[in-house]
Design a protein around this ligand. Sequence first.
Ligand code: ADP
Length: 654
Amino acid sequence: MFKKILIANRGEIAVRIIRSAKRMGLKTVAVHSDVDADALHVRDADEAMPIGAAPAAESYLRVDRILEACRATGAEAVHPGYGFLSENPAFPVALEAAGIVFIGPPAAAIAAMGDKLAAKKLAEAVGIATVPGTRDAVPDAETAAKIARGLGYPAMIKAAAGGGGRGMRIVADDGQAREGFRLATSEARVSFGDDRVFIEKYIAEPRHIEIQVLADAHGHVIHLGERECSIQRRHQKVIEEAPSPFLDAKTRGQMGAQAVALAKAAGYRSAGTVEFIVDRKRRFYFLEMNTRLQVEHAVTEAVTGLDLVELMIRIAAGERIPFAQKDIAIGGVAIEARVYAEDPRRDFLPSTGRITRYLPPVGDGIRVDSGVYEGAEISAFYDPMIAKLVSHAETREAATACLADALDRFVIIGPSQNVGFLAAAITRERFRAGNLSTDFIATEFPGGFTGAALPAGQAAQAIAVAAAAQLVLAEKDAGVAAAPAPERWVIVERHARYPAKITRGNETITVAGYTARQEVTTSWRPGEPLFRGTVDGAPVAFQIARDGIGWRLTRGGAVLSIKVLLPAAAAALALMPEKPKALSSRHLLSPMPGLLVSLAVGAGQEVKAGEELAVVEAMKMENVLRAERDGTVTRLCAQPGDSLAVDQVILEFR
Ligand code: ADP
């Protein structure tokens, strides 16, 4: 076994790898860019080496610097995590030349699977069904339209070197196929330095189900069952679970056997994932193989009780997989939610900034893998994932309830984050029913995420919680020696007003008036972001913050503004006019920080609703901005090549 390993990554995955390595008694070396000098993975590792400036190309993607860090620290092996260099075949080649072990598959297997076209051909050669489509790169837009038409619309244009859902377009007619070809090609060039694209039939309402495989250097290949990752946004996974609520034993067995066959054919070693797309009739088609540890590996660990990172390290050291296929048992259900720094209410725009409060939930059946701490900075340079929250329980229903409760208790203050959105997604009836498909988010939240509504019972609890919080605050303000807090209040929630009497007993706070009478117990103190306690004996958890003269309570994706006022203040509030909302439909604003790639219109030009106005590139994605209504462009306010701030005006209309 190695004595010291280096982790060529950052964030939650670096932290997670360090955890297993330490448990195995190995020394760990972190590498970091300048902006990550204080990152959690650096703090957790035994040693740390700076490897360059913030942009990944100048640090985490620098093979030479990582080799240098290995030499300087004496690390014998390198775990690449996911992303960055994990699927670059040149990395294991360079490590091997330096006598350092790569904790992952052989370079040849990475290369074979990294090209989606080559991978499809290999899969077909071993008898695995693939999605109907082209076998070779498509040369031009006209051919793209012709092929897509031949396959039948809708079709999907994909980058051969693709990953992370980039360079991928669904097209529904010839015009879209031409445009899709253009966008996918340029996105692929920018993201992967390889602009080859191909076309597949678009499988309607598909489910994404993948098989975790494990192979050692002694020809032993097994699978650890499946994960369903159908809840996606922009072809990127958001919520994953194991096992899939959709598979029957027969399909599961077939998919497992095919995944193992492919891994064998590719000469695979280490942990890997064979991804399939499954249609409504449980017909499944090979999509691609990911030759690395996946983000969502934790759900497999939960249901199998195995540590995949430990197994990867042992396999890299030449050990055999210490069990056989028949020994793998799946226990219970695990669900993972990816917590991102993004704003679900603004079309999920990535968000950055300092995390001023960070209180991850703890408890039975909950695992939080995160790469941040209170005071850490979410930078625009890297993936905006803050943490992965995983629940594990006997049944899917219990795992969902456990995850929902954990999300309600997950306090992250600073950058915008998607905790409320995740809570809203898993409380949808369709999620409960296990009726998943990759269009779940688009169809369940058609206008984007606008917040959720609480069931009536929970809304009443929120009122009682706000009332109790107000009393605690009034008691604190009044001080020990002063008069007791006043009893008579007015509760204002949106346009409703209720007189209420709030009184303190020994253990309980009684709120009378809004509903018949509610009893609240809590040890909450003003300033704490999480209100925990009971309402009429039932445990409650609301995130709570002072909001002007009122309170903002959040839970399950819902946000409630509740004011608990003295009668005089309530009377004054009733006389205040409401602020009018600003109108910006005369301007095309950049929805995110990014680069203005192109303008499709000029000053004086008339545009129709839906027409392309500009392309903005952000996070390596090209986003086409379209006219929301018919109009005339009066002025261009930015030039292609400009970097744009969020809400910066790109052009004006009339
Ligand atoms: P990437 O490597 O960028 O992650 P994948 O090929 O793994 O790309 O596909 C990502 C997601 O895109 C899938 O999970 C699925 O939701 C969708 N997808 C890919 N190919 C198809 C297809 N032919 N039909 C329908 N959806 C697809």
